[in-house]
Design a protein. Sequence first.
Length: 340
Amino acid sequence: MKALLKKAAGPGAAFEATDEPRLKPDELLIKVHRASICGSDLPIYNWYSWAPERFKLPSTFGHEFCGTVAEVGASARDFRKGDFVSVESHIFCGLCYQCQNGQRHVCREMKIIGVDGPGGFGEYAAVPARCAWKHSDDTLKDLGSLFEPFGNAVYSVLVEPVAARSVLVSGCGPQGLFSIAVAKASGAERIVAVEGSKYRAELARRMGASVVVAPGEDPVKAGKVKDGFDVVCEMSGAPAAIAAAFKAVRSGGRITAFGIPPKKIELDWANDLIFKGVRVHGIVGREIFETWYKADRLLRSGAIDLKPVVTHTFPLKDYEAGFAAMTSPDKSCGKVVFVP
């Protein structure tokens, strides 16, 4: 098969022939239909941050993908050839305390497809059957690779109710854009977004933001929420944005922390957290599989349309153009999708 391989240390990758995955008894062989780039694929592709310490060379990467079951392992249950599935990238053990108490998304032995083992940037991929979400039909086939990242936003926004609440979304990359759509569909009273890119600011408005402000502007004043926001979804990870989130949330409000900062940050623990009575929810992936049911219903009901967020689609062989779009200086892209 052809696949996008990370073969050696340093920037870049190689699209070339490689062996098809060897199927383990508990796995499914997936013929990949769509695969999308995640921000966490950039450290692998450009070889910086955590990737040199964790990613094992050589290997296929990519963890957002969907496809058709081509082969079923001997011990894999409830799947047949021809089933269309999206992939949960977090491989949970099922045995630790977290897994046995409804917290598989923070499994103590967590491994990630496309990071700790071969991924989905290829014609075929082998995944544990327990990590496959079986679709009821092909209606969402071309959006199937988005279920995993969309699930991040669903979990981030709906970890507590947002109906009739004011919501601030900080950072309008794909996760922020998805979060705006989820908040809108879930009955948020007012949605304000923070984004410096004009391109993404317009996408934020299309997805349901009432007001979009640039970083450094006062979102409380712009959003006309006198006492601060009921909910702040911090999706960027920028240290300045994280500090601003604690200033913008109202006393007794909620902050969802999803964006990962590049370094340790300082926090006014007493004034910004304790004395404000703020609740902070750290978001890791998706609740497995509770979030998937919510995501599926939001999309199938027509409450949310993700197509505007998919701004670029490339054949996998044109991967260089895909990664260039992801890293454009003016951030003139939403989600980038590959077709193997």
